[in-house]
Design a protein around this ligand. Structure first.
Ligand SMILES: [Zn+2]
Length: 175
């Protein structure tokens, strides 16, 4: 069933990626980047760097992710999804122009950064799949969040945040 209404561009782009590429959890972000013509590379940067997005005329846009050992795999994944967000969400603001975003581990406050985080969460954990797994795993409240986080290949805090956003409450009696 095709959706026609979206709250914002982040939601629309995440939805389109799942539809177009027929994704399944865990979302194949390399496939998404490839489809968009983005070159993704991993480098060891200093600890404060998470990743960056660079677009210059006449060459493919580049995303670089910090693969330092202090950045867990789930963190790198979220960063990659966030940087893909920069690619999609900055395109229409200044088409064809130079664009550079540098993401560090410090708190993000701008509208663009928040939109990219939202895009990342939606790309990694689409609402319909989250609801489906949440329901499926209702027999196992103790491990539910952990299992879901591993199915989506995201961190536990990211999974919890997403559940809260969707108004899905964890059972607390086993804590
Ligand atoms: Zn950013």
């Amino acid at each position: 069933m095709a959706r026609l209404h979206f709250t914002d561009e982040a939601e629309m782009y995440a939805y389109k990626a799942w539809q177009t590429l027929k994704l399944e959890p865990p979302a194949d972000l390399q496939k998404v980047a490839q489809r968009l013509g983005i070159e993704v590379c991993e480098r060891e940067f200093s600890g404060e760097v998470d990743g960056l997005y660079l677009r210059l005329p006449d060459v493919p846009p580049i995303i670089a992710i910090n693969n330092s050992y202090i950045k867990p795999q789930v963190r790198r994944r979220f960063t990659l999804a966030h940087e893909i967000g920069h690619h999609l969400l900055s395109r229409r603001i200044q088409p064809g122009s130079r664009m550079f975003f540098f993401d560090t581990s410090s708190k993000k406050i701008s509208i663009m950064e928040r939109a990219c985080d939202r895009f990342a969460a939606l790309l990694l954990m689409p609402e319909d799949w989250v609801r489906r797994y949440f329901e499926e795993l209702s027999f196992n409240p103790r491990l539910r969040v952990q299992i879901m986080a591993s199915r989506f290949d995201v961190s536990m805090p990211a999974m919890r945040r997403r559940l809260r956003e969707l108004g899905l409450q964890e059972n607390r009696f086993n804590r």
